[in-house]
Design a protein around this ligand. Sequence first.
Ligand code: GTP
Length: 750
Amino acid sequence: MGKTRVYELAKRLDVPSKRIIDLLADIGFEVKNHMSVVDEEAVKRITYQLTGKGEAPATQPPAQAQKQKENKPQPPKKDGGKAPKAAEAKKAQGAGAQKDQPRKKTENKPQAKPQAKPQQQRGPKSAAPGQGPRDKKQKQQRRGKKRVDKRERKARREARLLSEQERQERTVVLEGRITVGELADKMGVSASDVISKLIGLGVMATINQAVDTDIAKMLAEEQGFEVEVKVDTLEEKLVETEEDKEEDLRPRPPVVTILGHVDHGKTSLLDAIREANVTSQEAGGITQHIGAYQAEYNDKKIVFLDTPGHEAFTAMRARGAQVTDIAIVVVAADDGVMPQTVEAINHVKAADVPIIIAVNKIDKPNANPDRVKQQLAEYELIPEDWGGDTVFVDVSALKHTGLDTLMEMILLVSEMAELKANPDKPALGTVVEAKLDKGRGPVATVLIQDGTIEVGDSIICGTIYGKVRAMVDDRGNRIEKAGPATPVEILGLNDVAEAGDMLQVVTDDKMARQISEKRSDKRREVELKKSAKVSLDDLFSQIQEGERKDLNIIAKADVQGSVEALRESLLKLSNDEVRVQVIHGGVGAVTESDVMLASASDAIIIGFNVRPEPSARKMAEREDVELRLYRVIYEALEDVKAAMTGMLAPEFKEVVLGQAEVRHLFKVSRLGTIAGCHVLEGKITRNADVRVIRDGIVIHEGKMDTLKRFKDDVREVQTGYDCGILLEKFNDYKEGDIVEAYTMEQVQPA
Ligand SMILES: Nc1nc2c(ncn2[C@@H]2O[C@H](COP(=O)(O)OP(=O)(O)OP(=O)(O)O)[C@@H](O)[C@H]2O)c(=O)[nH]1
C-alpha cells in the first residue's frame, strides 16, 4: 500500500480534510495540511473510527479517547462500552480534570471500542467475567464471534476494493500536452497548489499553460502519485524501429548546397552546372526551378539545392532538417575571403558537413587563387597540395571552366561519405520549397532522402497531410514514383508546407489525418511553453544535471583583434565539465544570420562593442536566443565564468527606449556639437542612458546633457519628431549616426 494524503482520505471517507487533520492530531499524528502524507496505521485507525469498517487497528494510543465522543456513532457491540478503560486512558493522558465530568451516554457507546484491543474484545476472553449464566454467555460469545467474522470478511473485501480504487486514484496518466489546470484536476488539488509547486521546481506557468511531460511527471511523483506516461503510439509507428539491412541499402547521389559571399558567383555556378549537365543532355528539355535539380556526370547523379547561401542552409537546420551532404563554398579569386565567406564556413562546420572550395572567376585578370588558399588556411581549410585535406577546385562559372573537375570532386567526396539509402520502403523526405499555385493548389518540392514515394501514397508533412495526386520532376515531367535523392514537386497536400518540414509516407489517409491533428496540438503546446534554449542564467543547472557538455558561443566585435581576443579567452574557460566553443566569430553588428546560427546550434551570442540589427534583435527574442552585449571583454569573460560555476549575478536587461538618426550637426562654441536628430523608433528621453552607433558599432556610451525641441528643453521626444541632442563629453558625431536611448532593468529570476 502506497502513501495516502489527508485530502485523499477525507475524500474517501466523505468528511472535510480539516476533520481528518483534527482526528489525526487526537491520535497523536501531527500533520501540516491536507497534502500531508498519512501513515498506513493512521489511515486504518481513522477509517475504522469514522466508519467502523476495515481492519481494526492493533493498538490504540490513549490520546484517542479524548475525542471519542465527537466521532460518528458506530454499530453497537456487545462488549463495546469499556468505559472504565477509556477513563483510565484519559487519566493516563493526564486529562485529570475530566474525571469530574459526568460520564456521557455516548462514552459508553461503541466508539470506545477501538480503545480496547479489538482482538481481545472479540475473543471469548474479552467477555468480562460475571455477566450472567455460563450458557447465555457462550451463546452471546458465539453470536458475537459470527458477527465479528462477517464484519471482518466484509471489511477485508471493502479494503481490497478500496485499495484498487485508491491505486487508480493515485495514478496520474500523462498523455501529451497537459496544462497546469488539467494536472491539478488529475491530482485533485487546486491549480494554485500546482503553480506554487512548479515555482519550487523553477518553472513559471499560469493555469492555462502547458507544462513539459517530464516536469508534470516529477511534480506528480513528488506528490505521491504513480505516473503513467502514455507514448504517442501513432508517432511511434512512424519512427522506424528496424535498421535497414545492409543488403537493402543502395548508394545514393549526394545533395549539394552552394554557399559563399555575395556576388562571388553562387547563382552563376549553379546555372553553369545546370546548363552543362542537365539541359544539354536532354535535347529541348525544359528545366524548371523547383528548388533543387539533379545533374548527371559520368552516369552518376548529383542533386543541387537551388537556394544558395548560408541563411537558407541554416534556416533549414534550425528547423531540424539536415539535407546537405556536401557544401561548396564559392570564393571569388579576385576578391578573396570576405566576411560572408567566413560565415558560410562556420555555418557549414557547425553542421558538420564536408566542404569543397570552389575558387571562382579564375578567368579574371586579377584572379589570385593562391591568395584564397592562403587566406583559408587560417580557417583550417588547407588544400591537399599543401598537405591538408580540403578539396579546392579552380572554376569559372562564366567560361564554364573547371566544372568537370568540380563534379568529379563532388563524386569523390560523396564516395568517401558512403551515402546510402533503402529504396524499398515508404519514403521519407524534406520540404525544400513550398508555395500555393493558383491552378494546382498547394505544391511542395520535396527532396526524397530515403525510400520511394508513389502517386496515391498517403503522406504527412509537418502538421499537414494529404494524398499524392501527382508528381513532377525538375524537368517538368510527370512521374509516378521517386526514389532516394530525387527532388520532386508533390501535389495533393491539404495546405502549404514549410521548408524544412519532414515528409513521410504513412499507411493510410486516416493515420495521416490523425498524426496531423496530434502534431497540431503538440505544436500549440510547444508554442505555449518556452523552449529550453541555452542561457547563461540556467547554464549551471544544466551542467549540474548533466544536460550540457558544450557551451557554444558566437562572438561578434567591433574589430578583428577583439574577436580573436574574445575567442582565445573564452576557449580557455573550458573545464572538465563544459567545453566552451566559439562556433563563429566576426566583425560588425549582430545579424539575423548570427541569430539563426545560434538558434540552429544552441549557442549564445556575445557582442563586444557592437549592436544587433533591429531585425536580429527581434529574431533573437522570437527564437529565444540569448544575446549579451558588453563594452569590456573582461566583463563578458567574467559572466561566462560565473555562469559556469553558478555564481552569475542577477542579470540586468537593457531596455531600448528608442533610436534617433543624426541628420544635421550644429557646432556651438560654448557647448560643443548639438546633433539635430530625427526619432526613428520609440522615444528619446532626457534621463536615459545613451549610446552612439555608427555602422552597427558602438562609438560612445554616456549620458545626455540636453534634449531640445526647437528652443525648449523637453523630457522626451517621440517617433517621427525632430530634436536636438547634446551629450556629455561627446562631440564627434557624423551624419547618419544613430543615437540610442536605453535604461537598465533587473531581470526577475524565473
Ligand atoms: N568574370 C567572371 N564573372 C563571374 C563569374 N561568376 C560570376 N560572375 C559574375 O559575378 C557577378 C555575381 O554573380 P552571381 O552568380 O550573381 O553571384 P552570387 O554569389 O549568386 O550573388 P548573390 O546571389 O547576390 O549573393 C555576376 O555579374 C556574374 O556575371 C566568373 O566565373 N567569372
